[in-house]
Design a protein around this ligand. Structure first.
Ligand SMILES: Nc1ncnc2c1ncn2[C@@H]1O[C@H](COP(=O)(O)OP(=O)(O)OP(=O)(O)O)[C@@H](O)[C@H]1O
Ligand SMILES: [Mg+2]
Length: 325
């Protein structure tokens, strides 16, 4: 639990915090992050990289660990925005080493995810409600939101390099407008988002790969395995959708990003897990080309996912009827 930035039971303190956030937001419009800015950070040494999949339910780690100067301070320069603007909670940038500290033969790009408190939801809608909102998990302090995301990367560490991006630590940075932000340093994944991959299936005849059902199924299977393992470890994604899945086309893996992992405390975790499975199932089933085949595969191998997406058809025995016809 972080040190709260305001006293939730004191409306004046909540009010002052919101005023400060609004001021910082205004300042951020005038001096946003731009390409060429540099950030120093310290990628912690990685102890488990020599161990391949110590846990039996892990997917095999397939992407090599990017070459970073682990255990040393290094400086990275923002080179290309992936997501910027005031409509977003996070600013996402590709960054490259300032002076070639990373080995030249490896792709040295990183993703820096800047989580800026003033861009997050403020507790100001009903200042009198702050205590209640915090108690039931409706509102989380910025530092706690960040810790929820970090917890997912740590709990699923052996999936990094397969269905999770490599995570190179949580860092702090001062934004150009003077605000302190949290920064997640992550592996850069060049692959398309699952949304783009699905769109290409419909429109781009050159993108044949996922017209093959087995390849498409491999993506779905990798996502389902990851989400179910996460639930076994009390980690919940809470925002599973096409934009939060990147496709590692070389390995037919769905790389799940943007782990919110912030279910409200008042919610039954079984219900949250059900929601994640429903969202995962729908994300893959909503594809004209593969819907029917995937439905059958889910029925056979992942009845729990099938039953969230097609609850009525479970009762009706959909596949049995279908296979008889
Ligand atoms: N590791 C990565 N490699 C490549 N692209 C990435 C990576 N992380 C994020 N992106 C790109 O940036 C977009 C936004 O990232 P992300 O989903 O983490 O942010 P967000 O949705 O704004 O997060 P939040 O909901 O926490 O504010 C993704 O859809 C993806 O296109
Ligand atoms: Mg996202």
């Amino acid at each position: 639990m972080s040190i709260p930035p305001f006293v939730a039971s004191d409306p004046q303190s909540v009010w002052d915090y919101c005023e400060e956030m609004i001021c910082l937001q205004g300042a951020s419009f005038n001096r946003p992050l731009v390409a060429g800015m540099s950030f120093a950070f310290y990628p912690p040494s990685r102890s488990s990289d020599g161990m391949q999949c110590v846990r039996s339910d892990a997917l095999r780690r397939v992407r090599p660990v990017p070459h970073l100067p682990f255990g040393e301070t290094c400086e990275y320069v923002l080179s290309r925005p992936l997501q910027v603007g005031n409509d977003y909670h996070s600013q996402i940038w590709v960054a490259t080493p300032r002076d070639g500290q990373a080995l030249a033969d490896a792709d040295p790009a990183l993703v820096l995810k800047f989580i800026v408190p003033s861009a997050l939801r403020h507790p100001n809608e009903h200042p009198g409600m702050a205590v209640f909102d915090i108690k039931n998990g409706q509102y989380r302090y910025p530092a706690d939101l960040v810790q929820c995301q970090v917890a997912a990367y740590l709990a699923l560490e052996e999936f990094q390099g397969s269905t999770m991006a490599y995570f190179f630590g949580l860092h702090q940075a001062t934004m150009p407008w003077g605000e302190e932000a949290s920064v997640l340093a992550l592996e850069y994944l060049p692959g398309p988002t699952f949304r783009a991959a699905k769109a290409a299936l419909r429109s781009n005849p050159l993108t044949l790969k996922y017209r093959n059902f087995e390849s498409y199924l491999a993506l779905a299977e990798s996502a389902i395995t990851t989400v179910k393992t996460a639930h076994n470890r009390h980690i919940y994604h809470c925002d599973l959708r096409e934009e939060n899945i990147l496709v590692d086309e070389d390995n037919d893996l769905a790389v799940i990003i943007d782990w919110h992992n912030n279910p409200r405390t008042i919610d039954d975790h079984e219900l949250i897990a059900y929601g994640d499975l429903y969202d995962t199932g729908c994300t893959f089933v909503r594809c004209d080309m593969h819907r029917e085949q995937l439905k059958k595969s889910l029925w056979t191998a992942h009845l729990d996912v099938f039953s969230t997406v097609y609850p009525d058809e479970v009762e009706d025995g959909w596949v049995e009827e279908d296979s008889e016809s």
